[in-house]
Write a protein that binds this ligand. Structure first.
Ligand SMILES: O=C(O)CCC(=O)C(=O)O
Length: 226
């Protein structure tokens, strides 16, 4: 909550609303998104969640996995427009040879269909091509968000979680989340993503750190098909 109340200062577009363009007033945010919380509050680094997730990512994908970025996502109560548009994470990132990723999504609150839990499209990670994504507000200067359309064959499934539980997802799985229709419950989550050492080094060489303040030329790779 210290991030949400701005007690912990976060620079520029790293504090934004993923459901709206950058002109929306902060007090009206529907999906409060904080990129790289451990950059802004270094004492978060190497916490028990990160250590356990790191171990699981290595067991799933190999010993070269390392933490690439973290992110906090919070939907306050009564935000029916807190819609996180359908996407595949890989479409947000520059193209790299090795795409292996384990993205952990830790529920800080019970996460339900009512308060806007994640939904996944089973099997979509096996598709050879990424889906087409459009830039939600037409210009990455206006908003970071990109969006894919579901096809008639897609059958998304909700992933309701108890607080303290986590999901792990693949870089190609199509996912998104709905609005928060609860009158009283927040839906807060803490994401930590692990990628190979080689990929993280390549991203950094290109100037890509997952900060929304990264230069737009780096982000321009984003939204295009792999
Ligand atoms: O929290 C959400 O609603 C979306 C999170 C997401 O897209 C992700 O963790 O990759």
């Amino acid at each position: 909550m210290a991030f949400i109340t701005r007690e912990v200062p976060v620079e520029g577009k790293d504090f934004c609303d993923m459901s709206a363009d950058y002109s929306k007033p902060i007090e009206d945010f529907s999906i409060i998104n904080i990129m790289l919380p451990s950059r802004y509050k270094p004492s978060l680094k190497n916490n028990i969640y990160e250590r356990r997730a790191a171990s699981i990512s290595k067991q799933l994908l190999g010993h070269d996995m390392q933490c690439d970025y973290d992110q906090l996502l919070a939907k306050p109560p009564n935000k029916p427009d807190a819609i996180f548009h359908w996407h595949q994470d890989l479409a947000y990132w520059p193209i790299t040879k090795d795409t292996r990723t384990a993205s952990f999504w830790l529920a800080i609150d019970n996460s339900t269909v009512e308060n806007g839990c994640l939904h996944f499209v089973p099997g979509s990670h096996l598709e050879p091509e990424l889906r087409d994504h459009c830039i939600l507000h037409g210009d990455r200067n206006k908003s970071h968000t990109i969006s894919a359309k579901l096809s008639e064959k897609d059958t998304p499934k909700p992933a309701e979680l108890k607080r303290g539980d986590a999901t792990v997802h693949h870089e190609r799985v199509l996912h998104g989340s709905g609005g928060n229709y609860s009158n009283s419950n927040w839906r807060r989550a803490w994401v930590i993503a692990f990628r190979s050492q080689e990929t993280v080094e390549e991203e950094r060489r290109r100037g890509f750190t997952h900060s929304h303040n990264d230069p737009l030329e780096v982000l321009n790779a984003v939204g295009k098909k792999n």
